[in-house]
Design a protein around this ligand. Sequence first.
Ligand SMILES: NC(=O)c1ccc[n+]([C@@H]2O[C@H](COP(=O)([O-])OP(=O)(O)OC[C@H]3O[C@@H](n4cnc5c(N)ncnc54)[C@H](OP(=O)(O)O)[C@@H]3O)[C@@H](O)[C@H]2O)c1
Length: 313
Amino acid sequence: MVYQADNHRYENGMQYERCGRSGVLLPRVSLGMWHNFGSVDPYERSRAIIRYAFDHGITHLDLANNYGPVYGSAEETLGRLMDDDLRPYRDELFISSKAGYDMWPGPYGNRGSRKYLMASLDQSLRRMHLDYVDLFYSHRYDPNTPLEETLQALVDIVRAGKALYVGISNWPLEPLRFGIDYLRCHDTPLLIYQGKLNMLYRNPIDEGILQLCHDEGVGFIAFSPLAQGLLTDRYLKGIPEDSRMAKQKFLRPEMLTDDLLANLKRWNEEAQDKGMTMAERALRWILEQQGVTSVLVGASSTAQLEQNLRCVK
Ligand SMILES: NC(=O)c1ccc[n+]([C@@H]2O[C@H](COP(=O)([O-])OP(=O)(O)OC[C@H]3O[C@@H](n4cnc5c(N)ncnc54)[C@H](OP(=O)(O)O)[C@@H]3O)[C@@H](O)[C@H]2O)c1
């Protein structure tokens, strides 16, 4: 059936926050396509989640070249969705992709060289059936490539019209400071930093990254805000068969220690006492931090997304 977006999608409770000192407003809840949108996942389920997201004001979708599995397949899913559902809404969407981790074999399919970033974005655009991305990130810091090379590649990508804005993800504080200055001096101000931040992992606060972004007018988007599902009720009664912990290498059972489980149960009760779910509480905690523009959630069902969206209600 032809998709018709909900006419009330901007009146369903979503809030939008200015991204640093830029003209861009991002939804306070954004959706990431790291898991659940690959070729191993049922297309109709991925499609239902994206439709639900857009119908509820989530205008920002986050991808990377190697999201899947298999690598590249989340971008292919987005390409199919553009053709099936989203093309009429392209200008209402803010789509990001990244390059920095391993993508293809050999010396040019990884890290921070100009060669890799340029080729990777071209591949991403082909997979997503897009002419440009709204935002392109350096996905990680590469200590062996001169920072100027990586940063100038980002500048030139914008000048070539393949991305409207650039972002940096996972860079340490001092290279980030250098990057902010470099990009500003080359008329391509850094729009946003993407970093892991949640109630269990507070490094961007402790290391001063969030403060630097705030001071420099750079937005901040928090990835894995639910610690990949730990900060929800998902694991309070064991490890469900269909969960990320049961299926994926990125969240392993040994991470769920007795101490952590005890803390999770306590936080869950505290959240319930306040009439919230733990997920809602965990997302609200991030959104309350000064300098945070958006939380970048994942979801394997529309029900999870519905629950996560309560943090902006
Ligand atoms: N820049 C980077 O290096 C980097 C790294 C990682 C992620 N990211 C970005 O951040 C996005 C989000 O990361 P993430 O997927 O780790 O985020 P997350 O929101 O912390 O975890 C999402 C997972 O938690 C579970 N979940 C979510 N909501 C739930 C709820 N209400 N109740 C129960 N379980 C729930 C689901 O797992 P189940 O599958 O078990 O249902 C879901 O797939 C990624 O898609 C990607 O765009 C970026």
